[in-house]
Design a protein around this ligand. Structure first.
Ligand code: ZN
Length: 371
């Protein structure tokens, strides 16, 4: 990932810091400096650094729990808004997902408990005498108090039962023990969306920040539900079940003008450019076509303006692998080829979306339930 620096490595997991996080530290330093001078500035930075060490330990909790089930984590990245552990996959076994999801907040529970034990030892029990109050004022003690509070906040915040918080995954895992994975996700996502709407409404009257978090949680919950639906829909299907087989193609000699004719004739938005041997040379999108028409003129060769690095898959390969290609490779389409490497079909995000709509429509019919 660009804009993040690898600062360490634990086993096969790289620990990264995003550049915006470093800017965030600079900003914290400057903000504290203005209000309290240099010592306050360094104290502020120290607190944020310690807080993010706790966030990193939280993420490592997920990573080590996942490793027990054979799931690798290539990297953890620290952002100003928190840490993201990039797990290779989320275990689909509900009990395993539960353990992986709960492991993160559990780390913060342990940190908070340890800090509270240290604090009660240094403050001499629970009686707040003038002496112990003076100790709280001591910067070394007060940073521990703040850190314990922050860890308790991390536990509570992460256990909000909505995606992408750990609580959303805990809820999904608990539901999945009683119903299927897809239904559990849909139910957990609805609960998360309900909560998000609640947060948004509460935010209108109290804190605008809460509104922003509400919108963020709402979108994340929808995204999670969509991804699982897509996975369920594609399970057991082959590329040949989902690909478009009727489409217009362009030749290497075609011009943007020819492409415009094809655009008018058809409902297609992506046009494969195929050579004489039937091999896919690239894909011209409608947007690229219009841009070329405006900037370079209608006589431009399509081969100059098409996107060339289009991945291809075999018609007999599994659909979910091809969908991963479409979502991760940022391409307008994936070519489908036969054994001889000739183009026989196309997969586009749009036709995959249609496949999903059909799947959902079928799933909603009472007769098809229980599948
Ligand atoms: Zn977590």
């Amino acid at each position: 990932m660009p804009w993040s620096l690898t600062v360490g490595r634990l086993g096969e997991t790289a620990i990264r810091i995003h550049v915006t996080f470093l800017l965030f530290l600079v900003w914290i330093w400057a903000a504290y400096y203005r209000s309290g001078g240099a010592s306050a500035a360094w104290e502020g930075v120290l607190f944020v650094a310690l807080l993010f060490a706790c966030v990193l330990l939280h993420e490592l909790g997920h990573v080590f729990a996942a490793r027990r089930y054979g799931v690798k984590t290539p990297d953890i990245t620290l952002w100003p808004f928190g840490g993201i552990a990039n797990l290779e996959r989320i275990p689909e076994n509900p009990a395993q997902e539960l353990v992986v999801a709960i492991a993160g907040p559990l780390v913060n529970v342990v940190i908070a408990l340890v800090l509270l034990v240290i604090l009660s030892a240094t403050l001499g029990g629970t009686d707040l005498t003038a002496d112990s109050l003076a100790k709280i004022e001591d910067p070394r003690t007060s940073i521990l108090v703040k850190l314990a509070g922050a860890n308790i906040f991390l536990v509570v915040f992460n256990l909000i039962p909505a995606f992408p918080m750990d609580g959303g995954r805990v809820l999904r895992a608990l539901l999945a023990m009683r119903m299927g994975h897809a239904k559990a996700t849909a139910t957990a996502a609805s609960i998360g969306q309900g909560l998000a709407i609640g947060m948004g409404l509460l935010g209108i009257f109290t804190n605008p920040m809460l509104m922003i978090i509400g919108v963020f949680v709402f979108l994340a919950a929808s995204g999670e539900a969509g991804q699982v639906q897509l996975k369920e829909a594609s399970r057991g299907l082959l590329v040949s079940d989902a690909m478009i087989t009727h489409f217009e193609t362009l030749g290497p000699q075609s011009t943007v003008d020819d492409a415009a004719d094809a655009l008018i004739r058809s409902t297609q938005k992506e046009f494969p450019v195929v050579d004489g041997a039937g091999h896919l040379r690239g894909v011209l999108t409608r947007d690229a076509m219009i841009r070329a028409m405006k900037d370079q003129g209608p006589q431009t060769a399509v081969i100059e303006v098409m996107q060339a690095d289009i991945p291809v898959v075999e018609a007999r390969s599994k659909l979910d692998a091809a969908l991963k290609l479409i979502t991760s490779a940022q391409v307008p389409a994936v070519g489908v080829v036969d054994e001889a490497g000739r183009l026989v079909g196309l997969l586009t995000p749009e036709n995959v979306g249609e496949l999903m709509m059909l799947h959902v429509a079928r799933g909603e019919r009472p007769a098809a339930q229980g599948s």
